[in-house]
Design a protein around this ligand. Structure first.
Ligand SMILES: CC1=C(CCC(=O)O)c2cc3nc(cc4[nH]c(cc5[nH]c(cc1n2)c(C)c5CCC(=O)O)c(CCC(=O)O)c4C)C(CCC(=O)O)=C3C
Ligand SMILES: [Fe+2]
Length: 315
């Protein structure tokens, strides 16, 4: 296996650093096409609703990077892992992270994304950008593509479901509908035989088994506003349907597709879905985000180390 320092490129979606950067950020997401004034206003107001002086995703990603570096150091004192951040839509960009590793004299690296499920449109895009820049600079890099069934990840998520179910004090557990959620993607991924939907269902099934719940389903959230159809049903539609057609009054949302508190959790669930639930007379709770849960840090540490061992065997 490698001797010397091993670079770890930790990739995440990225978020603006201040409200006046929202336009540049949104333009980057839209591949260089600036949003209309209305779209910009809409996104800015969503951030205003969750930002208390700092952007939660930036702070959480920083903490996760630090937490993973500490965990790798503690679990593998014989190796020297150095962690670098690479963001998809904000600075430091994925390419910046790769460049910094090379500048620091790193020759071997592992890349991992702060999202457990693989899709060509999400993780695949992160990996391609890192791979291309690494190839240009002659850095040897291998990637963790998914870790959606890692036992420690499942344990961390199951603990959260268990804890949140405890908040429904006036009904029996079986009366609470658990809805596992993830970011929707354009429907065209289905034709591409993308593993994303199956991996999400596998995580959901595994958690349901561990916790021993049968009253659960899956729902998509945060779909984009493009003309092409996105995967559904959307959780807002699900809430409406299960209240009106099945008389469900207690719902626990568990956003398994996300690992940290950010816009999709703090706004799309805590503000938007919560407002609808109130209107429908549903008691809605959500599981806490993983953030720097030691079990999540250990999951990442394990998959990075396993990948490094695998890379050593191949070379
Ligand atoms: C699969 C997936 C994940 C999960 C996996 C992963 O983490 O990678 C994810 C996470 C996130 N998405 C985020 C933010 C946004 N995503 C947008 C737009 C889009 N997301 C997409 C997909 C995903 N997104 C797609 C296909 C689009 C359409 C444009 C495109 O084809 O790329 C837009 C534009 C406006 C809108 O549509 O709402 C925003 C602002 C934030 C940061 C939140 C914060 O800053 O707190 C996070 C963690
Ligand atoms: Fe997104």
């Amino acid at each position: 296996m490698a001797n010397g320092r091993i670079g770890v490129l930790i990739m995440s979606y990225g978020t603006p650093e201040s409200l006046d950067q929202v336009e540049a950020y949104y333009t980057h997401i839209r591949r260089g096409h600036p949003p209309t004034a209305e779209q910009l206003h809409e996104l800015t107001s969503r951030y205003e609703a969750i930002v208390g002086g700092f952007f939660p995703l930036r702070e959480n990603t920083n903490k996760q990077v630090k937490g993973l570096e500490e965990t790798l150091g503690r679990e593998h004192p014989e190796l020297e892992f150095v962690c670098y951040q690479g963001l998809k839509h904000a600075q430091p960009y994925i390419e910046d992270g790769v460049e910094l590793m090379v500048k620091d004299g790193i020759t071997e690296a592992i890349g991992v994304v702060l999202a457990p499920h693989y899709s060509t449109m999400s993780v695949g895009g992160y990996v391609k950008r890192a791979k291309d820049r690494a190839a240009e600079l002659g850095l040897k890099i291998d990637f963790v593509l998914s870790y959606h069934l890692h036992p420690k990840l499942l344990e961390a998520l199951s603990n959260r479901v268990e804890r949140a179910l405890g908040k429904f004090t006036d009904v029996s557990r079986d009366e609470v509908r658990v809805i596992f959620t993830a970011h929707s993607l354009p429907e065209k991924i289905l034709e591409m035989k993308d593993p994303y939907p199956d991996q999400l269902l596998a995580t959901s099934n595994a958690i349901a088994d561990r916790v021993g719940i049968t009253n659960w389903q899956f729902g998509w959230q945060s779909a984009g506003q493009t003309a092409a159809p996105w995967l559904g049903p959307d959780i807002l539609e699900v809430l409406d349907t299960i209240r009106k057609e099945e008389n469900v009054k207690n719902v626990l949302l568990c956003p398994i597709g996300f690992v940290s508190d950010h816009l999709e959790v703090l706004y799309d669930i805590d503000i938007e879905a919560q407002a609808l639930a109130k209107e429908l007379g549903i008691h809605l709770e959500r599981t806490e985000s993983l953030n720097t849960d030691p079990l999540y840090m250990e999951t990442l540490s394990d998959v990075v180390f396993e990948k490094l061992k695998g890379a050593a065997k191949l070379s």
